[in-house]
Write a protein that binds this ligand. Structure first.
Ligand code: 2X7
Ligand code: FE2
Length: 299
């Protein structure tokens, strides 16, 4: 069997507004428009990912936070209604998701071997988190590729951002080892925003773009700094400043998603492709693709 590989990694933010504005049949609320720059960026990224013909999409999301280790899904199918607790008027999404259970359990096994705490969800009524569902929908609205969900273990981040990063890195290395053994072509999704201060009031028409802007300038400067590092392939340096970015911009990368993905990909030193940057209720969001084939690097 050929060695499995990570064929791409995507920073795939999950504001529910983006699915709301797309009006897919799975989502109840209807929108007129909104957040086009981000949505068009997702469109371009989606085409690149589709061209890679991945066997599996693996997603790590802050909205499946766990406090005793990392959790994995152990059933082949989950169906249900996902409702964003803060934006229930924007996101009420009926999902039907196929899980790659062998790969999910193989990553769990690799984590166990590395001395990490894990557990497996076997409750068919378990409700999948909205962050993962949104990123997966925006990357593959047809849902025709099996997925693996990984929970965000927050215990180490409570201790410090630096220790949190170490645990996220261990998870990344375990993920990569399991993928290589699986023989599968995988795409990783780090489901998070960049800067994450947001407004607490919404306009009467949520998609009224005359209200949409960054929460404050300092936050924008941080987003531009980290995007420039991604565009230059300075990923090691980015990981070095991540603890400070988390503090200064209240960044959602605190959940470990981006660190997990970059570490699993071997800390790529080639330029990432920034498909779009935009704000959603004041937060900074970017769709960014690390694709070794497109950057001229092979595995
Ligand atoms: O979960 C989110 C988010 N991360 C960013 C913006 C708006 C809503 O929800
Ligand atoms: Fe979020």
């Amino acid at each position: 069997m050929a060695k499995g590989s990570i064929v791409a990694g995507v920073l795939a933010p999950h504001p529910p507004h983006l699915v709301y504005a797309e009006n897919p049949p799975q989502n109840e609320p209807r929108a007129e428009c909104g957040w086009e720059v981000l949505r068009w960026g997702y469109e371009r990224c989606r085409a690149n990912i589709k061209a890679l013909k991945p066997d599996v999409l693996i997603v790590h999301s802050p909205h499946w936070p766990t406090f005793v280790g990392h959790h994995f899904l152990g059933l082949p199918r989950f169906q249900g209604l996902s409702v964003d607790p803060v934006f229930p008027h924007l996101f009420r999404y009926t999902y039907d998701v196929a899980i790659d259970v062998p790969l999910s359990l193989a990553i769990k096994e690799r984590c166990d071997q590395a001395g990490m705490t894990t557990s497996v969800v076997k409750n068919p009524a378990f409700r999948l988190d909205y962050g993962s569902i949104i990123s997966l929908h925006l990357i593959n609205p047809l849902w025709d590729i099996p997925v693996v969900f990984i929970s965000a273990n927050q215990a180490a981040f409570y201790y410090s951002n630096e220790i949190g990063a170490q645990v996220a890195a261990d998870l990344g290395h375990a993920t990569r080892a399991a993928i290589e053994e699986s023989g599968k072509r995988c795409v990783l999704l780090a489901s998070c925003s960049l800067s994450h201060r947001h407004f607490v009031n919404e306009p009467e028409i949520p998609e009224d773009m005359s209200y949409e802007r960054i929460h404050h300038h300092g936050q924008y400067l941080w987003d531009m700094k980290v995007l420039e590092m991604m565009r230059r392939g300075q990923t090691r340096e980015l990981l070095d400043i991540m603890p400070e970015f988390i503090e200064m911009a209240t960044s959602e990368v605190k959940a470990g998603c981006l660190t997990w993905m970059l570490e699993a990909m071997g800390v790529p030193d080639y330029p990432a492709e920034v498909h779009a940057y935009g704000t959603v209720i004041g937060t900074g969001n970017a769709v960014v693709e690390w694709n070794p084939m497109r950057s001229g690097r092979t595995h």
